[in-house]
Design a binder for this molecule. Structure first.
Ligand code: DP6
Length: 371
């Protein structure tokens, strides 16, 4: 066979494959659903859990805007109704490890959803924030995935938007606890609090309607101290709370802080907000340092930044505070009206402690969107 004939042969093969695929697609009747979901930052921290993926204590967070995950699910009817079947791709590449994890999760929850019996799922996910930033994406990823699944389920069972969000929050929780709080924009509460009779350990509820105007444009400047993956995962950290010497005290502290934070959010009391935010961040890290085995996720640069933020606040009276997740990066929280002043301070005093002077500019957001 000559080279050109060989090329023609390959071309015709490609055409055949393409036609076959087109035919299959038609026959398969592929449907698509797509959601974008934000990450969130907790002010009162979820730390410690009990089976099945329920929090030891209530937590309060606000949803962000720029740190988002976009997830699309293509789905079509399958023949084998008994087993869950799904493929998972992240930024175009198949991720077998994560695929195994979600198939296991889907299998556990299969009895509660018709969709897993009926459809094969092809899941495509990507983040809008740089993965080099070392910012946890499990909250945005699990939330976007849960919303897609609930949208598919909504075609099979009739339920309204409110139910969709509530069920998505509960489902996201199974994937990653903090993801339950990304379902709504603004502030979210996950866990029981006496001020909200509909609050629950099973899912998060939005509490934005009860928030003072001053908290409605909060900024979150995330200072990237280290972008590498942390040495101890949050899931492992939660487990260490089971036998923690300070477990009871920590749970009580989080309950009290939840109630006081909600009061402060309602009345516009920024001083109390600052006090709770920093106490919670330090308590979270204190729990890690005093667990068995003990571990430390803050870095010397995290402490340098914390000290400078306190000094800046004391000297200038600027309403600003810090919080940390389970890692060394610092979230600076402040209202929009002081943004210019804060960014000047960040650039002249804090970026020198960040990896490659890296930071992410984010703020409170509207929550997930269906695309
Ligand atoms: C420190 O939600 O990541 O960010 O449920 O095991 O997936 P899993 O843990 P995860 O824990 C996050 C804990 C935290 C505090 C918080 O977001 O409340």
């Amino acid at each position: 066979m000559t080279i050109s004939k060989n090329k023609d042969y390959l071309l015709s093969l490609n055409t055949k494959t393409w036609l076959n695929n087109m035919f299959k697609k038609k026959k398969r009747n592929i449907k698509t659903v797509k959601w974008q979901s934000p990450s969130n930052i907790a002010i009162v921290k979820y730390w410690g859990k009990v089976p099945v993926q329920l929090p030891m204590n209530p937590s309060v967070s606000f949803s962000l805007t720029n740190a988002r995950t976009e997830t699309e699910i293509q789905y079509w009817e399958k023949e084998n109704k008994d087993t869950v079947s799904a493929e998972f791709y992240f930024e175009g590449k198949r991720k077998h490890e994560f695929e195994k994890r979600i198939i296991q999760l889907f299998t556990e929850i299969q009895p509660a959803f018709e969709l897993f019996d009926k459809y094969h799922l092809r899941i495509d996910s990507k983040n809008t924030f740089p993965h080099s930033a070392g910012i946890a994406s499990s909250a945005s990823a699990m939330c976007a995935l849960a919303l897609c699944l609930l949208s598919i389920e909504q075609e099979l069972e009739a339920f309204d938007e409110e139910d969709l969000k509530r069920r998505a929050s509960a489902l996201a929780r199974y994937g990653s606890g903090s993801a339950s709080r990304s379902v709504y924009g603004g502030f979210n509460l996950w866990g029981e609090c006496m001020f909200f009779p509909d609050s629950s350990k099973e899912y998060a509820i939005p509490i934005t309607n009860h928030i003072h105007e001053d908290f409605k444009d909060l900024q979150d400047t995330i200072l990237i101290v280290r972008s590498e993956e942390k040495s101890v995962s949050s899931t492992a950290g939660h487990k260490l709370m089971n036998d923690h010497a300070y477990k009871v005290a920590r749970v009580n502290q989080a309950k009290t802080n939840t109630e006081n934070l909600i009061n402060a959010l309602q009345s516009g009391d920024f001083d109390t907000f600052i006090q709770i935010s920093e106490e919670e961040a330090m308590s979270l890290h204190a729990m890690m340092m005093t667990s068995k085995p003990s571990y430390l996720l803050m870095k010397p640069e995290s402490l340098e930044i914390i000290e400078k933020v306190k000094k800046f606040r004391n000297e200038t009276g600027t309403p600003i505070c810090f919080t940390l997740d389970a890692g060394p990066n610092i979230h600076l929280i402040y209202p929009k009206k002081v943004k210019e002043k804060v960014m000047k301070f960040v650039k002249s005093e804090l970026l020198q402690h960040c990896e490659n002077e890296n930071y992410i500019d984010d703020h409170i957001g509207e929550g997930p969107v269906k695309i």
